[in-house]
Design a protein around this ligand. Structure first.
Ligand code: ATP
Ligand code: MG
Length: 445
């Protein structure tokens, strides 16, 4: 582990300005944790004994934003870099399990560190004074452990979001959760009902994309089901089918960890088989799940929508869940059709979901199915690399060009573009402006 941290010059400038004025100041929280792990922090937060007004006075020649004066936070922009500087503070009681009823400023760094959530997030550092680590965060970082500062039950009771934050850091950093902290998470998961869905969604997105997502969601499936109850029937649901070695939930998590860590793909993997427990039938060949993709889509829609995701994410996840059992026949012709129907990005995502799905199926056919999937992905990459025209967007003319060439406004424009795309994809027509306009005129006549 790195023992010396070199913050960027603007951060040192901020620390120096505060100390020159007689205050103490440190970098704190996520940046110290990430720097000690050898990762480059995405932002550098500072903490200081100076009160917000005093912080402002230390930077008369810089742009200062009053980010949250009541909570003690001021943002100073130095050489275009925004740096959040927060006064040492103690949080008051938490009547609503979400936010402190009041905050009090303090002169003691130790008090500020003790209000922070986990030991690995509760370290401060100053280039000359070194690491301030009152809660053995450095040891937990070395041991790869997420542990609450203080009594886990009390800390989760103050702020229920910390339950998901613990799981998120365990997933993203691929750390274990300390036993007492883990026990309190299981015991107090219902506190998540007091937390806004927007904050839950933000934490879940990061959790799902972490390297340890499969492990964390296996150990804390009860927490996931507290937030998304419609996923619970997947747990231990035996598929009784030779294509599957795993129960539905285990298969789901294996598919999730096999797909690239992007929110849309991870959500699609998490939700793709939610309909299985509701469509199960069995005959002499084993278990079947006819029509499960449609039921999964309904469940995915209700579950994901409850967390208020953005429209684009919701629509794309639902498309992928709905189409996850699309049967590919290995031909370029079909692949082009898929691109035309769903778009370039969704087509590739569908193939990636397909690959993750087969990766998580029975070992007996796994290798050959993964090879088939890889072949399709390679084929699609080649079509993209060759800039093959597969969508209306890629035609060398646009609707405006057709209008100018005399095609009547309205439905006819779209129809003509589709007609031209047919001709191009079938190889009857060259994708050049001249050829397309000539054919459009012909078609009109
Ligand atoms: P990242 O920004 O990489 O997600 P981070 O550790 O910087 O990780 P933030 O949410 O930016 O996390 O919070 C900054 C710091 O504030 C944390 O490291 C932690 O010390 C403290 N903190 C944030 N949220 C809470 C919370 N809900 N309860 C207690 N302390 C918190
Ligand atoms: Mg941060």
């Amino acid at each position: 582990m790195t023992l010396h941290i070199s913050p960027p010059v603007p951060v040192c400038t901020a620390l120096n300005a505060l100390t020159a004025a007689g205050y103490s100041a440190y970098i704190v929280g996520g940046c110290v944790r990430d720097a000690l792990l050898g990762k480059s922090p995405h932002d550098w937060d500072c903490t200081t004994s100076a009160r917000p007004e005093q912080v402002k006075a230390c930077f008369p020649h810089h742009h200062v934003i009053e980010t949250g004066m009541q909570h003690g936070t001021v943002t100073v922009v130095i050489d275009k870099m925004p740096i959040e500087i927060t006064t040492y503070r103690i949080d008051g009681t938490y009547a609503d399990h979400r936010r402190p009823d009041s905050v009090t400023f303090t002169d003691r760094l130790e008090d500020d560190l003790s209000r922070r959530d986990f030991t690995v997030n509760a370290m401060a550092y100053h280039p000359e004074r070194g690491l301030i680590d009152c809660f053995s965060g450095e040891a937990d970082l070395a041991a790869h452990v997420i542990r609450c500062v203080g009594d886990p039950a009390a800390r989760f009771d103050e702020d229920g979001l910390r339950i998901l934050r613990a799981m998120r850091f365990a997933s993203v950093l691929d750390f274990a959760i300390a036993p007492e902290t883990a026990q309190a998470i299981h015991n107090q998961k219902e506190l998540l009902h007091a937390i806004s869905v927007e904050r839950i969604y933000a934490e879940l997105n990061k959790l799902l994309c972490g390297a340890g997502a499969e492990r964390v969601l296996t150990e804390f499936s009860d927490v996931l089901f507290t937030v998304l109850p419609e996923l619970a029937p997947m747990l231990h649901f035996d598929q009784r089918n030779p294509h599957h070695d795993y129960d539905v939930y285990t298969h789901t998590l294996k598919a999730l960890s096999a797909i690239p860590p992007e929110p849309v793909l991870r959500w699609a993997a998490l939700l793709h088989d939610t309909g299985k427990p509701h469509t199960f039938t069995e005959d002499e060949r084993g278990g079947h799940f006819y029509g499960h993709a449609a039921v999964s889509t309904e469940i995915a829609e209700r579950s994901l929508r409850s967390l208020k995701p953005d429209r684009k994410t919701l629509d794309r996840v639902l498309l992928l869940v709905e189409q996850h059992d699309y049967v590919f026949n290995g031909t370029e012709k079909q692949l082009k059709k898929v691109v035309r129907k769903f778009g370039e990005e969704a087509a590739m995502q569908l193939l990636l979901l397909h690959k993750a799905d087969v990766t998580a199926q029975a070992a007996c056919h796994r290798e050959e199915r993964i090879a088939e999937s890889d072949m399709l992905i390679g084929m699609l990459e080649k079509l993209f690399a060759e800039n093959t025209c597969m969508t209306v967007k890629q035609l060398a003319v646009r609707g405006d060009d057709l209008l100018a060439a005399g095609v009547p406004r309205g439905r006819k424009i779209g129809e003509t573009l589709e007609y031209l795309l047919d001709a191009v994809t079938e190889g009857r027509l060259e994708n050049t402006r001249k050829a397309l306009l000539a054919e459009a005129a012909n078609h009109q006549a």
